[in-house]
Structures are given as structure tokens and as C-alpha cells.
Design a protein around this ligand. Sequence first.
Ligand code: DAT
Ligand code: MG
Length: 150
Amino acid sequence: MERTLILVKPDAMQRGLAFEVLRRLEARGLKPVAVRMLQADEAISSKHYAEHVGKPFYAGLIEYITSAPIIAAVFEGTDAVAAARQTLGATRPTEAAPGTIRHDFGLEIGRNLVHGSANLDDAAREIGIWFEGQAPIDWKRATDAWVFEG
Ligand code: DAT
Ligand code: MG
């Protein structure tokens, strides 16, 4: 089954919304298989956001993501990458659909609370970055058969 990398960003941590963000993904049916809290430094953040180097918002993005602790998590499930992105909502909160995390808790693109991998290749790459040396846990959840048909 697919796995995707989620980051609860500093604004969600500072605003006391960290576990609301994680709760929404979990309630959707996605299964947590790895979690860690850390304060990101420039080195790990620039690896994660390598595709954005040189863009006008890059410096602010690195400053933001390193400004407070974050929670990195891996969620597993059917179409986990797309499903998580759907629950997160569009990158710009004012363009995100009602009911999504970014819509319901955010207003500005530079304070959009949460990251989710964009595709399967990115998910594998990002899980490697944030969980180097910490293997996700393959576990059978008691409710799996009620969430996953197969
Ligand atoms: P996403 O986080 O939805 O994958 P992205 O990969 O295009 O979006 O950008 C990464 C983050 O960078 C995004 O969550 C917020 C910030 N960002 C993107 N575009 C921006 C812009 N035009 N101005 C300010 N910040 C931006
Ligand atoms: Mg992205």
C-alpha cells in the first residue's frame, strides 16, 4: 500500500493544531506507520525543498520551516499520496476547498500548516530524508479490515 510523508509545520505547532492535523488524516483511515518530532535545520529543510531553490519565496520558506519544532509522520493507505493531499487542500489556503485542513485553519500560502508529498517518487525521497535510520513500523491495525476492503 502507498505511503506518504506528512510534516506538521511550525504554524500548526505554535497554534496548537498539530494533533488536529494528524487526527484528520488518521480519521480519514490513513494509518500512521512512523512519527517523529524535531526542529528542522537548514540542511534537512533544503534537501526537502530542493525543487524550490532559487524561487522568490525560498528563503522565507526555509526560515519558516526551521522556526519551531515540527512533526514528521508517514501515513499508509489506499492512494495515500493523493488522499492526504486532498485532505490537506490546495497549497494556497484561500483556494483550498472547505473541509480541508488548509482551508479550515489557514489564510496565507506561507502559513499553510502542513506538508504532504506530491507523488510516489517524492514520498519515497522525503521519507528517506526525515526517517533516515528509522524504519516505518509495519503493523496490523485492528480497524484495517473496516477501512481497507482488500
Ligand atoms: P505544496 O506544499 O502544496 O506541495 P509547493 O510544493 O508548490 O506546494 O510549495 C511548497 C511550499 O512552499 C508551499 O506549501 C508553500 C510555499 N510556497 C509555494 N508557492 C509559494 C508562493 N508563490 N509564495 C509563497 N510561498 C509559496
Ligand atoms: Mg510540494
